[in-house]
Design a protein around this ligand. Structure first.
Ligand code: HEM
Length: 463
């Protein structure tokens, strides 16, 4: 399909008003609501139905909130949008417009024009040495949570994943903060994310109370960051000064150190990008492990072989291929960002159709990662389907971290944090499901288990 479907910008002589492309509609539209009901009711099943319908060769017309929009279900077309012709598309639509208005043009929300500079600016934050220096803080937070469980008890995994993800993000970004302050900011950060979805989908005048609460959380985080910046700035060259401090040095590209305001905006945007995604990934990872006792034993053996009884380091984790494959498989089965969106910035040709500028294209990492033609038995959790190093650049259908110029910049940090938390849990506890039925997913911007209860039994040797 890719050979005939290049998204070629039209020549200058093309007519200014593109005709509405003749793309077959996606199944499941209702008379007034269009496809909104399918999106809200059982979107994963609906996406699979769209992909299986075969009409439109991977492009399906949507009736959604009155805007011209299409669903792409073919991995090659999605690759064109994200990689080959990435310059023809940007993060547009109401969600990103609202997010930009609230948080400014930081890397996550940056418009196409500002993105290359923001990306270059942010790269030092995720240098390997900074991630390696953050591992003890990840371990500390995982141990605080896992040590509070009691043997034979039932753990609310989503609640504890929220604690882990927000505390770890705050502490690794700004290690100068005390534990009391980390916990206070983690609560504000979790509240901010909880309210973010409604804040970005509702019009600005809606929900006065929600807006006040949202702004109070945002203020708490910004003020605390600005208060911590002078100390972080003083030790910025030391890798142990945290991820955010990487922005407080002069960059090799000639950018000066970030101002307090810039540091504050990046702090909040990284919390936004890195917390709920990690909550989702950790909760689903523990769910999958709880249903596979032999896999828990094998990962423990691997852990013991590389680290013995001491807390893991980044080097140890790099020598644990089974844990890595299990994590990648979790992200294949349950990609946290289950749906992505791009808007065309000019007229484009895609899948044999022409689309005008301003057209919205939706595509789902979840649907692509469950395509039966790409992954055998896609519903089965099977770490062995991946090579030791996980997916390669050729695995177009693995999109849990996105791809192309806007691929997740925090992917190594996220994989490390997940591996540290999983190791800390497995060295202390054996996990089994407390409920017979697997958890259902709550699908908003992320997919997170609606509720996940696991029974934990103490193991004899703990780190
Ligand atoms: C398992 C956890 C994570 C997953 C699955 C994930 C997934 C993604 C995906 C799919 C995108 C691309 C979105 C798009 O193309 O529209 C993205 C972008 C991004 N992520 Fe992550 N992410 C995770 C964790 C993190 C963490 C921990 C951080 C930082 C602390 C982070 C920082 C970012 C940033 C800065 C971007 C924007 C990159 C750009 O636009 O250039 N992510 N992430």
């Amino acid at each position: 399909m890719s050979s005939q479907s290049a998204t070629t910008p039209l020549p200058p002589s093309a007519p200014r008003r593109a005709r509405v492309p003749r793309v077959p509609p996606a199944p499941g539209a209702l008379p007034v609501l269009g496809h909104a009901a399918a999106f809200l009711r059982d979107p994963l099943a609906w996406l699979a139905r769209c992909a299986a319908s075969g009409s439109g060769e991977g492009v399906h017309r949507l009736r959604l909130w009155g805007r011209p929009s299409y669903l792409l279900t073919d991995a090659d077309l999605v690759h064109e949008v994200l990689v080959t012709r990435a310059g023809d598309f940007e993060k547009g639509g109401q969600f990103y417009r609202n997010a930009r208005a609230i948080f400014g043009d930081t890397l996550v929300t940056a418009s196409a024009a500002k993105h290359p500079h923001q990306r270059r600016r942010m790269q030092p934050v995720f240098r390997r040495a900074r991630i390696a220096a953050a591992v003890p803080a990840m371990h500390l937070e995982a141990a605080r949570i896992a040590d509070a469980w009691s043997s034979g008890g039932v753990v609310d995994v989503v609640r504890d994943s929220v604690l882990y993800a927000h505390r770890t993000a705050v502490r690794t970004l700004l290690p100068v903060l005390s534990t009391v302050e980390v916990d206070r900011l983690a609560i504000a950060s979790a509240r901010l994310i909880e309210d973010l979805f409604l804040r970005t989908v509702l019009p600005p005048q809606a929900g006065v109370l929600l807006r006040r609460r949202f702004e109070a959380s945002l203020r708490t985080l910004r003020e605390a960051c600005v208060a911590a910046v002078p100390e972080a700035r003083a030790y910025a060259a030391d890798e142990r000064s945290g991820l955010l401090a990487a922005l407080l040095e002069t960059s090799p590209h000639g950018d000066g150190p970030a101002s307090d305001e810039e540091a504050r905006d990046h702090f909040v945007s990284l919390l936004m990008a890195g917390t709920e995604t990690s909550v989702s990934a950790l909760a689903w990872q523990l769910h999958h492990l709880s249903r596979d006792l032999p896999l828990q034993h094998r990962i423990r053996d691997e852990l013991h072989a590389v680290a013995g009884e001491r807390p893991v380091t980044l080097e140890d984790l790099e020598r644990m291929p089974l844990l890595r494959r299990a994590t990648v498989e979790t992200l294949r089965c349950r990609p946290p960002l289950w749906m992505l969106l791009r808007t065309s910035v000019r007229e484009v040709r895609l899948g044999g159709h022409r689309f005008p500028a301003g057209t919205e294209f939706y595509f789902s990492p979840h649907q692509l990662q469950h395509a039966p033609g790409t992954f055998a038995e896609p519903e089965r959790f099977c770490p062995e389907r991946w090579p030791e190093r996980g997916p390669s650049a050729r695995d177009r259908a693995f999109l849990a971290f996105g791809t192309g110029p806007r691929k997740c910049l925090g992917d190594h940090f996220a994989l490390t944090s997940l591996a540290v938390a999983t190791s800390a849990v497995l060295t202390r506890w054996t996990l089994t499901p407390a409920d017979a039925k697997p958890p259902r997913a709550r699908l908003r911007t992320m997919q997170v288990p609606l509720a996940l209860r696991l029974r934990v039994e103490r193991r004899h040797s703990a780190l």
